[in-house]
Design a protein around this ligand. Structure first.
Ligand SMILES: Cc1cc2nc3c(=O)[nH]c(=O)nc-3n(C[C@H](O)[C@H](O)[C@H](O)COP(=O)(O)OP(=O)(O)OC[C@H]3O[C@@H](n4cnc5c(N)ncnc54)[C@H](O)[C@@H]3O)c2cc1C
Length: 467
């Protein structure tokens, strides 16, 4: 293995999206940058899966469009013409009473139009009437609620939380909306409520009047995994160095005021170190340098994992996309174990074309608050049965052409109440030359991760003399 360079301006620990973005920003600012990545490849949770001759996403498959963070990055990397909207079918909900389309134009399940027919279909007339109270309540009601569930319950009632917000937030964050910190999950919502006077108006403003629920996200033709590939190419073209298979094990002050970063393949010193690995790794590296209470306040997420099963099936009945782009499952549903199903070949036009008629790609995710992901012995066959139940079609084992199971442990943290303040306190306590970013810090989802890495990954002041 090529030895590490002894000195660089910046070392970035972790080559997921956060690390690559931070590294690219430093490289473009003319600094020598070295990314150290423990795994065999860069990209982290934005990874590729080859299955039945198809190139698929093994992790993230879309990005939120409430902010321009990821779209702008894609454009800067020359991928603007690859950005695609999902096909127009929209997502569905599975709740105790059956299946229904997710009401159009909502945000995290919060309806934009509480009295619409779609909302009444899910929460009933009484639930819809309670939700519509939101329009007449003063804007400050609920505005101080720390959690997403707390805010929506105060303004729109328990049925909207249980039947709409819980399945959507559970699908995205793998957690209960009553423990999800509002300002970490959706920082724009509270200010929009105060500005527009009601939650439904805030949602409409944030969604910009967009149509079907699916249009709150976009993807990249070919797969999201093409984004970190393009980013790494851009980084290397800007002179950045990347070492995979190189886990960082230590971070120590160097005699000249710089930092020594230790790996099994040797050590390197740098004036700036950006920690962009999972929060448990970042915390372990920082533990000798910070008061324990500062780190304890930003706890890594519990190691409850998310399991993602991808199935490629022969099912011509699915050509009609009977449940649109997929189904989000409410926690109280007992007939299925999956928390969400994405009908990927009905969601993404490029995948529909690649799969061809009659062949379908389904992604089922497992692992939510109080219901850990099932064991390997149960998956992926359980996923086949869940898919049949959720999509309302026969799916005997003989119709499964290929299946893959991937477990993720740290790429979906669940920011609890106090997370944002604890991160601010951590950043204020960091020694000179050290920066922290990545999903455990920034919150869940590529939009949050990319924006934070661009801002904070670069804001690290240099320590010690130059290289
Ligand atoms: C199944 C799944 C589906 C998702 N779907 C979506 C989606 O559709 N849309 C969306 O916006 N977001 C989605 N997300 C979330 C999104 O993928 C993550 O928020 C984002 O990719 C996290 O990027 P990151 O760089 O912070 O972390 P990671 O991708 O986890 O990268 C961290 C990197 O650090 C490396 N590392 C670990 N230890 C060390 C060490 N000691 N030294 C060096 N390197 C180390 C790891 O190998 C890894 O590559 C999904 C996540 C998962 C798991």
């Amino acid at each position: 293995m090529t030895p590490l360079p002894p000195r660089v301006d910046v070392v970035v620990v972790g080559g997921g999206m956060a690390g690559l973005v931070a590294a690219w920003e430093h490289a473009r600012a003319g600094r020598t940058v070295l990314v150290l990545e423990a795994g065999d490849d860069t990209g982290g949770a934005v990874a590729r899966l080859d299955l039945d001759g198809l190139e698929l996403d093994a992790g993230a498959e879309s990005f939120a469009t409430a902010t321009p963070a990821v779209g702008d990055l894609a454009a800067e990397l020359g991928l603007a013409d690859r950005v695609v909207a999902p096909l127009p079918g929209g997502a569905w909900l599975r709740h105790g009473g059956g299946s229904a389309p997710l009401p159009a134009g909502g945000l995290l399940g919060i309806p934009a139009h509480p009295l619409s027919r779609e909302v009444r279909r899910v929460v009933g007339p009484v639930g819809a009437a309670r939700a519509a109270l939101d329009r007449v309540l003063p804007g400050r009601v609920g505005a101080a609620a720390p959690t997403l569930g707390g805010l929506v319950r105060r303004r729109m009632g328990a049925l909207v939380v249980g039947r709409l917000v819980e399945p959507v937030a559970g699908g995205v964050y793998s957690t209960d909306p009553d423990v999800l910190e509002l300002d970490s999950a959706q920082p724009l919502l509270r200010p929009a409520l105060l500005e527009h006077g009601s939650l439904s108006a805030a949602v409409r403003a944030l969604r910009g009047g967009a149509g079907r629920p699916g249009s709150a996200v976009q993807g990249l033709a070919g797969g999201m995994w093409t984004l970190p590939r393009a980013l790494r190419r851009a980084l290397e073209s800007a002179g950045g160095l990347v070492r995979t298979g190189t886990a960082v094990t230590g971070l120590d002050p160097a005699p000249d005021g710089r930092w020594t970063v230790t790996t099994a393949s040797g050590a390197v010193t740098a004036g700036r170190v950006v920690l962009a690995a999972p929060l448990s790794v970042t915390a372990a590296l920082l533990a000798p340098r910070l008061p324990a209470a500062v780190l304890a306040a930003v706890p890594p997420p519990p190691q409850q994992d998310v399991a993602l099963v991808t199935l490629v099936v022969d099912a011509p009945e699915l050509d009609a996309a009977p449940r649109g782009t997929g189904v989000l499952v409410a926690a109280h549903v007992t007939a299925v174990t999956a928390k969400a199903l994405t009908h990927a070949s009905a969601k993404w036009p490029y995948l529909a074309a690649a799969a061809g008629p009659g062949r379908h790609v389904l992604r089922l995710s497992y692992g939510r608050a109080g219901r850990p992901a099932p064991a390997d012995t149960e998956l992926p066959d359980l996923a086949r049965r869940d898919a049949a139940e959720l999509l309302g079609v026969e799916l005997p084992a003989a119709r499964v052409r290929a299946a893959a199971l991937r477990r993720w442990t740290s790429a979906l943290p669940r920011p609890g109440v106090g997370h944002a303040a604890a991160v601010a306190a951590l950043r204020a306590a960091l020694p000179p030359g050290i920066g922290v970013t990545g999903t455990g810090i920034a919150g869940t989802g590529l939009a949050a991760v990319v924006a934070d890495a661009r801002r904070e990954g670069v804001a690290v002041p240099g320590a010690g003399p130059g290289p």
